[in-house]
Design a binder for this molecule. Sequence first.
Ligand code: FAD
Ligand code: NAD
Length: 465
Amino acid sequence: MSQYDYDVLVIGAGPGGYVAAIRAAQLGLKVACAESRETLGGTCLNVGCIPSKAMLHASEFYEAAAGGSMAEMGIEVKPKLDLGKMHAQRLDAVGGLTKGIEFLFKKNKVDWKKGRASFVDAHTVKVGDETVTAKNVIIATGSSVTPLPGVEVDNDKQVVVDSTGALELKAVPKKMVVIGGGVIGLELGSVWRRLGAEVTVVEFLDALLPGMDGDVRKEAAKIFKKQGMTLKLSTKVTGCTVKGKKATLTLESAAGGGSETLEADCVLVSIGRRPNTDGLGLENIGLELNQRGQIETGHDFRTKVDGVWAIGDVIPGPMLAHKAEDEGIACAENIAGQTGIVNHDVIPGVVYTWPEISGVGLTEEDAKARGAVKVGKFPMMANSRAKTNHEPDGFVKVIADAETDRVLGVWCIASVAGTMIAQAAQAMEFGATSEDIAYTCHAHPTHSEAIKEAAMGVTGKPIHM
Ligand code: FAD
Ligand code: NAD
């Protein structure tokens, strides 16, 4: 008999934790997963990826009908917004998927321990009133919203909200101010703009979407402005007062000075997320955090404490569901004695706006800082499918090493950029050159042909330009 209740206890049932738990069980280990939320699936399924995509998808249809792009194709409709029903289909998607994880836990014999988990020692964890022992503990506690001092979020009042509140607004705000021009601000700002809100994005930096390729950031700003968003770049919010259903924000230039005020019916605070470690009892196992409040691990996801592992948003790297999932699989495999690896150089990122924005690998700026590069770029305007579908905005950019031609990064702005980026990630995993992509037969007519043409552009030979 083992001296422990379980081989593996996972803390947190988000995409990192639930995937790790299932993989560990598939590998024959006895597994439990502690989750304090009422439902499984973490931020992603409950208040993140899935509900935001449900609102993005529905609002995209609304705008296509209301904003004229359907009329362009000979379909005249006057849409009527039933926001209650739109929210209901969002909740339905969330309910179905979170129940699906519950089913997968049962199928794989993963025990769900309901409650907040806290370390007693490295192999003993209190979950609510229960004490659970495990040979290995995986911390997969995720992240939550970074607060902005002076701008207090109150999701119940629906005036100053975070992403969770912004998914649930009961009425379309007339004027919405989004603080932070990152992924959440642009996705949820897009939802409410499409449904009729006047949206202003206040961003501290001089461009949207930090971390993305410079050309992509510039083009994104042009596209969002064309869609009617007001962008206040290089601007910071210095305060917020709420009276009844109205908020007044004070703004200053990021460099200081030039104070102005901005009124809004709804303010979305989306300035980033921070790791969840409060109350975990890390002091009881002697595990310290880095300067950004994250848990450091080795490539195998072991922490400095023997038997304790960590994955997902709580460790360094992009805060993305698929990154957390892949780490969950690799970590479980390592615990089972296999060799689990995640290639952190090839993690795609997608912004699910219209058009979508995606990228994988290095930005042109980062690639150039490392050595000589060749770049091929192809506009979606010249892609037959995008043009036929009335989707002219965007481009594909392929960045390759000037000497070896190995692909270092691919960036796309296109209606289906999120789907297109998968082939680039796979090509890079296989160490592809731009020539490999250029000489791969791509189906016609597809948006993906733009990736082939951009790859052909690396050596100066696109056909349709
Ligand atoms: P989480 O999903 O945060 O899960 C951690 C879980 O641990 C939570 O359920 C929490 O309740 C639980 N927990 C924490 N502490 C304890 C404790 N002490 N005891 C028990 N349980 C605990 N990423 C994408 O890749 N694509 C997207 O489209 C996307 N959209 C997003 C939209 C929004 C609005 C938001 C907010 C995020 C989005 N993300 C997206 C990011 C994605 O949700 C996260 O990167 C992902 O959920 C991280 O997974 P995780 O398993 O590390 O943590
Ligand atoms: P983010 O880091 O993407 O963007 C935050 C933005 O706020 C940045 O542009 C930053 O410069 C700006 N900012 C910071 N402080 C500010 C201030 N005081 N005033 C004005 N601007 C300020 O963070 P997010 O949009 O909150 O998203 C959080 C995380 O969730 C991200 O890491 C992202 O990866 C993840 N997420 C992913 C998706 C997706 O994959 N589609 C969708 C939503 C969220």
